[in-house]
Design a protein around this ligand. Sequence first.
Ligand code: FAD
Ligand code: SF4
Length: 330
Amino acid sequence: MMRLPRFQYFGPRDLKEAAQILSDWGPQASVVAGGTDLFPNMKRRQQTPTRVIGLRAIAALHGVSGDAKTGLTLGAMTSLTRIENHGAIALAWPALATAANLISTPPLRNMGTIGGNLCLDTRCNYYDQNYEWRKGIDFCLKKDGDTCWVAPGSKRCWAVASSDTAPVLCAIGAEVSLVSKDGERRIPVYQLFNDDGIEYLTKRADEILTAVHLPAQDGRTRAVYWKLRRRGSFDFPVLGVAAAVRLGAHDVVEQATLVITGTGSRPFSAQAAAAKLVGCKLTDENALREVAAEAAKLAKPLDNTDFVMGWRKEMARHYVVGALKGLAKA
Ligand SMILES: Cc1cc2nc3c(=O)[nH]c(=O)nc-3n(C[C@H](O)[C@H](O)[C@H](O)COP(=O)(O)OP(=O)(O)OC[C@H]3O[C@@H](n4cnc5c(N)ncnc54)[C@H](O)[C@@H]3O)c2cc1C
Ligand code: SF4
């Protein structure tokens, strides 16, 4: 049995106190939300904070406010189960409810939060192993070692972005609030991510993600999420495609966003491909195939997650076509 290492636990009751503790302890500290990612990582000694700051008792981080017309705000501690079943979210942005529903299993979704899902660690077959296994290969660049076993000549880590809600939130233009003891800032979710398996977030270590802001929905923007994984019951995405379009007169696409995840260290927006969709109808299969071929160029999977990488790359094209066709029915 893998056991947690010893650590000191803090349970602040407000955000100011949490931000102060995080700042005081610097890199020795980590916040914990549902713990479904952090605690397994601590058991495997991938993350080794000596101070853990629980966010559960901070009332300001819980709850969903607003409505579809003005935009919804989700507290960072909102559970994935709540998101999956929330009436107003399902009405405004059903793709987010779909993405939440596709994450892991019901007990983990009861514990797992939207804030934790956005800050989820990147994944790799050489990293998501217990301490002894990793020691057996002399560790790797991401933790305790100096070689990347996926690309030994590489100076960077290629671990894979694996959050299911991140691509949807990027595609619909959602934003997050980040709070530190020095104040608050608000950035688009897309800007939260970095193309690096180790430094995968642009969020500073002393910042707490406090809320996710969903844009207002006037009924003209549709979004979908398609996820590829080995087991339909639970598994991380080895490919995720989120697509969003805004439709104008005669259902012609006015604006489009395509975001691909699971094939690199961050979710990538396929901007050139999405631009080709503008002016087309979602029923134009030739256009959809052309867009998908362009978007799939962004998917550059390496041999560090499930399935053969060439097949995963090929599936990107099919999943983009599927997602775009899905938009016509969304
Ligand atoms: C078996 C299994 C299957 C899984 N399958 C999937 C899957 O298919 N798709 C998927 O997306 N995820 C999956 N997960 C990962 C995880 O369950 C979810 O991503 C979950 O949403 C993480 O949320 P949490 O609240 O438990 O995060 P935690 O474990 O509490 O935290 C995760 C990370 O985020 C940081 N963090 C958490 N909240 C905040 C905050 N408010 N501000 C700043 N930093 C914060 C923590 O410090 C930590 O580094 C799986 C996990 C397991 C164990
Ligand atoms: S991509 Fe390389 S450095 Fe990153 S976790 Fe995998 S083996 Fe380690």
